[in-house]
Design a binder for this molecule. Sequence first.
Ligand SMILES: Nc1ncnc2c1ncn2[C@@H]1O[C@H](COP(=O)(O)OP(=O)(O)O)[C@@H](O)[C@H]1O
Ligand SMILES: [Mg+2]
Length: 320
Amino acid sequence: MPSADVIIPDELVRLVSRHVPDPGMPTGADWLDRLPALASAVLQEWDLELDGPPRHGYSALVLPVRSPRGRAVAKIVWPHTEGRDEHRALQLWNGRSAVRLLAADPARWAMLLERLDADRTLEQEAAGSALGELTATEDLGVLITALDRSAPPWADTLSDHLRELRTDLDVALAPASNAVAFPRRMLEEARALASDLLTDNGLDARLTHTDLHHGNVLWRPDPGEWVAIDASVLAAEPGWAFQPVLLNTWPALERATNLRQAVRRRLETLADVTGVDLDRARALAHLRLVRDALWELEAAEVDRMQVTRLVTVAKALAGR
Ligand SMILES: Nc1ncnc2c1ncn2[C@@H]1O[C@H](COP(=O)(O)OP(=O)(O)O)[C@@H](O)[C@H]1O
Ligand SMILES: [Mg+2]
C-alpha cells in the first residue's frame, strides 16, 4: 500500500505539534514526518486495506481497515509515557468492557483493534439531555468498576507519580514560577494532599484507566454495550479515574444552570456507583486538576481556556 494513501488529518498535526514531548520520546514533528511510512508498514505487516476516512484524538492516528479477520482499526500512537502500556492493559482486559486487542507492534507504537461504532460515544449521550448526562456518568462509573483489577507489576505507580507532582508543586510555589495565574491556596492544598496520600500503602494496588472520559467510551454493536478505548493506565486506585469524567463534555457542563452542582453531582454519582469514598475521590480529583493545569502551563502554546476549565472544576469541588 503506497504511503500516499494515508491522509494525516490537519487537526492531528496541530494537536501533536503544540505539545512538549515526554522525556526520551520523539518530538511531534519527528513523529509526523515518519507517520506516513509507519502507517504503510503497519498496513503491510497486518495485511490491511484502508476502509474509510482516518480518525484521531489527541495523540494517535486511527485508520479504519479491513483485515483478514474482518473490520478493524489500526491505531498508531505518538509515543508518550502514559500510552506505553496500552496494549498490555488491553490484553489483560481481554475485550471485557474494553476494546479487544487483535495485534500489537510495540516498536511502532501500533495496535490492531476491534472496530467499534465511533459515531456513538458517551459524549453524545451526555449532551442529549439531563437524563443522558446522569446516565453517562453512571455508565462511566460502571466501566471504572468493570475495569478494576489487581495492578500488574509492569504498570507505573501513583506513588511515583505523586512524588514527581510534589516536586512540580514545589517549583510552582517558588517565587519566580510561571504558575502565577494560579490560586496559590490551590497549589498549597494539592501539595498537602499529595503528601497525605503518600503515607497510604494501598495507593498502587489497582489497575486504573486514567483517561476514561465520555469520548473514550464507544458503542460495541454486538451484543450492544459501552466499552472503553484509549487506555492510559497506572497502578493506582479507582478514584484516580474520576477526574476526566468531571471535566469532559464541557459544553454539557457549561449549559448546566449551576456548574458547581453539575460537577459535584458527577462526583457523587461516580462515588456512589463505584463505592469509592467521596472525600477520597474529591482529594484525588483535586490533585489531578491541579496537575493538569500545571502541565498545560508548560505547553508550547498554552490553552488558557483549558487552564480556566481546570481551575473552575477544582473550585467547584472545593468546600462543603
Ligand atoms: N476501536 C475503535 N473503533 C472505531 N473507532 C475508534 C476505535 N478506537 C479509536 N477510534 C476512533 O479514533 C479516535 C481516537 O482514538 P483514541 O484511542 O481515543 O486515541 P487518542 O489517544 O488520540 O485520543 C476515537 O475518538 C474514535 O473516533
Ligand atoms: Mg481518545
